[in-house]
Design a protein around this ligand. Sequence first.
Ligand code: 4NP
Length: 175
Amino acid sequence: MKLNNVNPQAQELIDSLKNSDKIRVLFVCLGNICRSPAAEGVMRRIVAEAGMEERFEIDSAGTGRYHIGQLPDNRMRIHARRRGLELTHRCRQVCEADFERFDIIVGMDDSNLANLRRVSPSPEGDAKIVPMAAFVDVAMRYDYIPDPYYEGAEGFELVLDLLQNACDNLFHALA
Ligand code: 4NP
């Protein structure tokens, strides 16, 4: 898959992971209670429907520490549930070890990407960071996945639509 607006290094990363026996994906946002746990849930379902649970390891984390240990935001859980997704992730903060454990670390917006680069311990770690918007191929007003936290129902629905599109494309780029 040719990615949207990403550097050649990110394209190379995706191409190098394609057809690997094991692919470990970490989704990251600020709070780890709205966007990234929803991305994790959407991706888990896609992988399960393809019967590839053994091949993929999927997790999410936040760059912030405000909500550690909590379930996803109630509003996100309700909107996700309407799409048949039960979100049960417990919030955790991204850490240096994640740059060892995961093959690809997908940030939702520019601030997440900048924070991830600060946590990354090495150039090899930096090379694993990719923007989620690179996998969106429907028309959208943003070049990132917008934070729904201060928005209403429409914000949550928009995020779920974008995450579904991005995860479908990410899965096909990797599988
Ligand atoms: P998320 O949304 O990064 O998509 O999980 C947010 C959740 C909480 C906060 C900000 C964004 N917060 O400031 O508490």
